[in-house]
Design a protein. Structure first.
Length: 318
């Protein structure tokens, strides 16, 4: 799917160029679920698209009673999945805010995930939703052989996701996040897990980006020469390999993977590979994501700074 040309402004909507999904978001905000059901039903054999659409729609519906009404009126697998997605978002937000309702919302979310998984046993998405809550429970399964730090984590739950979809993008990112320092992990464990998972993936897989995600997560501006890390040969070669092997595959995606492209563009710019970064920004078109730019300051300012370094246009003054 072509992202479209940059026309002088950034588009931050998570639907990006999935225009059908953007239209469905409008219906969801208006309290209508029929188009959401149709948009998800057509993804039953495309787990990547199903994960993307259900996550975006859940962010629109989480503050309403839409999914509860939908589940009561039309108890389809899509309704059950959306209830799981919304319930998980509510539980995570409550836990992060130290809301007194957090435990009750977690129980509801786990029940919702179980129901969705029972309704569609072949679908990894409910299990990925449950994996998103793993950091709240601090699951401590022993790590498989091959990791230097042998970090404990939700390995059994992750293994079940892989049994349904070995290269599930969101599943890998949810799992990796369990090892971030802000969730009780460590920099070394996150790097170890990211390297372990990315090396298993095909060369043209977006999962090869996982080490770049872990690198941004470990960024500490107080460290000496923190911004020069991406210039080190190992990180520059990682970014260039992704550029050569994965970027050509993006043209065949059903929606533009803006977040993954942003991590690659950022790594190339920081590694002083502006020529290659230009092609990545071209693939992104006008679409933008908060990460990784927000780890370094205001996301719009950081994105514009990176585009300027590549000689590309940026939005003018508002």
């Amino acid at each position: 799917m072509a992202a479209g040309l940059f026309e002088g402004h950034y588009v931050w909507h998570p639907a990006a160029d999935d225009r059908g999904l953007a239209s469905v978001c409008v219906d969801v905000r208006a309290g209508r679920y029929l188009s959401a059901c149709e948009a998800l039903a057509e993804t039953r054999s495309d787990f990547a698209l199903r994960a993307h659409r259900s996550l975006v729609l859940a962010s629109e519906a989480a503050g309403t009673d839409l999914v509860e009404r939908w589940l009561a009126e039309e108890p389809t697998p899509e309704a059950a999945l959306m209830w799981a997605r919304v319930a998980v978002q509510r539980a995570i937000r409550a836990a992060d805010a130290r809301d007194e309702r957090a435990e009750a919302l977690e129980r509801i979310a786990l029940a919702a995930c179980d129901r969705a998984a029972a309704t569609a046993p072949e679908d990894p998405t409910p299990w990925v939703a449950k994996l998103a809550m793993a950091r709240l429970h601090r699951l401590r399964d022993p790590a498989p052989q091959g990791l230097l730090t042998a970090p404990r984590g939700p390995w059994r739950l992750f293994a079940h996701v892989l049994s349904l979809d070995p290269w599930h993008r969101e599943g890998h990112h949810r799992f990796l996040s369990c090892f971030f320092t802000r969730y009780g992990g460590s920099v070394n464990a996150a790097w170890d897990v990211a390297a372990f998972l990315s090396q298993r993936a095909p060369a043209d897989s977006a999962l090869r980006l996982l080490p770049l995600v872990a690198l941004v997560e470990s960024y500490n501006p107080t460290q000496l020469l923190a911004d020069r890390v991406w210039e080190q040969p190992q990180w520059r070669s990682t970014a260039l390999a992704i550029y050569h092997n994965w970027l050509p595959a993006v043209a065949d995606y059903r929606f533009t993977p803006v977040l993954d492209l942003a991590y690659l563009a950022h790594a190339l710019v920081m590694g002083q590979r502006e020529f290659e970064a230009r092609a990545v920004f071209a693939a992104m078109g006008p679409y933008a994501s908060r990460m990784p730019w927000s780890a370094f300051g205001d996301p719009a300012e950081q994105l514009s700074r990176a585009r300027r370094a590549c000689g590309l246009p940026v939005p003018g003054p508002a």
